[in-house]
Design a protein around this ligand. Sequence first.
Ligand SMILES: Nc1ncnc2c1ncn2[C@@H]1O[C@H](COP(=O)(O)OP(=O)(O)O)[C@@H](O)[C@H]1O
Ligand SMILES: [Mg+2]
Length: 250
Amino acid sequence: MTKIITENLHLHYGENHALRGIDLNIHANKITALIGPSGCGKSTFLKTLNRMNDSVPNIKITGKVLLDGEDIYDSTVDVTKLRKKAGMVFQSPNPFPMSIYDNVAYGLRIHGIKKRVLIDEIVERSLQGAAIWDEVKDRLRTPALALSGGQQQRLCIARTLAVSPEAILMDEPTSALDPISTMKIEELMSELAKKYTVVIVTHNMQQAARISDYTAFFLLGEMIEYDKTNNIFAAPKDQRTENYITGRFG
Ligand SMILES: Nc1ncnc2c1ncn2[C@@H]1O[C@H](COP(=O)(O)OP(=O)(O)O)[C@@H](O)[C@H]1O
Ligand SMILES: [Mg+2]
């Protein structure tokens, strides 16, 4: 099943034509990796999927992004609701300067949930879903910023899960983490794909090969090749993809 479709998606930052007609079908309950050299438009593309670019000055976006068949750039779309449905996790963990509990409860309160027992329940479930519950259950009221980097990143994932997203967009979520924390997040990712559509930007090709079901290779604002991850790495069709995955550039 297809969850997100982009059609002839172009994005300009002023004169910089950063996305050049991207057509991509992102499958539900799969992990899709976006790879390619630095500056090729991976983060830009990811951000267009939940309109994180909206407030960038001089930006121009044309083409379509359909989430469950609905055009997310339609003027009637409620952007807060959209970002609840498609949550984003960033490269450096960015917990809020508040307690672990309040970080996870934050989105719920924003969305008007007030019942304490319900919030308690969702906080626990989200922390479990992000594989960090056991490490923090005895210190939920302590500052999130005292956690290790890897724990902070899983907390940010829990914060995203709390508002019941359908898609989770991750921009190099492990690039600031040590190998053990990276492994934990990678393990978590395949768990997440059972319930959510996961899109992950990574410049670590081994990571893409290990964890993703589908891979899209980007170069200079174009999407060069998109296929099942095994095919991309074992039998790329485009010479440029092959050059990249064999380490000849990038
Ligand atoms: N907020 C921005 N304003 C202007 N240009 C940007 C902005 N973000 C990215 N760019 C430019 O868009 C291009 C793609 O960048 P980006 O999507 O960050 O690439 P990647 O994530 O693949 O490294 C680059 O040329 C970059 O300089
Ligand atoms: Mg990037």
